[in-house]
Structures are given as C-alpha cells and as structure tokens.
Design a protein around this ligand. Structure first.
Ligand code: SF4
Ligand code: F3S
Length: 106
C-alpha cells in the first residue's frame, strides 16, 4: 500500500487525489491519508505530490514508519476526497519543513 507522510502536513496540495483510480484518499483539516484497505498499489499518486510526501510502505524514509498506522487509523474517520482543491494558504512555506507531525490536526 502507499502512505502519505509528514511533509503533507500544512501543505495538502491535493494533486494526488486527481489520479487515484479507487478514490482512497481521505481528508483531515491539514493532512490527507490513504486507506490501506482500498489502495491498489497503482503508484500513480506518488509522482503527483509537489511535496514528495507519498511513498510505498516498503520504501518509507527513516522516521516515517509511524505514518503507516496514522493512515490506517485516520482514513477510517476522515471523509473521502476525490477532487482537487486549493492547497493550504502557506503550503509553499511549509513544504520541506522538518518535524511537522506536532501540527497535525485531527
Ligand atoms: Fe490511489 Fe494508486 Fe495512490 Fe494507491 S497508489 S493511493 S490506488 S493512486
Ligand atoms: Fe498531501 Fe501531496 Fe496529496 S501534499 S494532499 S500528499 S499532493
């Protein structure tokens, strides 16, 4: 399955949702997650993210392992999103900033 990782937080560009053939993205206030039970590993979303926040769970960068659980958990709670919308207002400023997990809103 594919996993949305930390750099999506406070950016949420949403380009990823446009290409997903099974609409498995779910939206929170400042982060998106992938439902691991719906993702078919098509790989299409990975190159679409301007923040490079999407990885296969087998290729997660060091320190991002906890996002496997967060995607599984939050995708069951948050509503589905399948249409692109504007990124968060300061997305370009937050893109690439470290330690954004503390800002995750649920
Ligand atoms: Fe959707 Fe494919 Fe990305 Fe999985 S890998 S979230 S199915 S676009
Ligand atoms: Fe997040 Fe990247 Fe999608 S920033 S909303 S995973 S395009």
């Amino acid at each position: 399955t594919f996993v949305v990782t930390e750099n999506c937080i406070k950016c949420k560009y949403t380009d990823c949702v446009d290409v997903c053939p099974v609409d498995c993205f779910h939206e929170g206030p400042n982060f998106l997650v992938i439902d691991p039970d719906e993702c078919i590993d098509c790989t299409l979303c990975e190159p679409e993210c301007p923040a490079h926040a999407i990885y296969s769970e087998d290729e997660l960068p060091e320190g991002q392992e906890q996002f496997i659980q967060l995607n599984a958990e939050l995708s069951k709670i948050w509503p589905s999103i399948s249409e692109v919308k504007d990124a968060l207002p300061d997305a370009d400023e937050w893109n690439g900033k470290p330690d954004k997990l503390q800002y995750l809103e649920r």
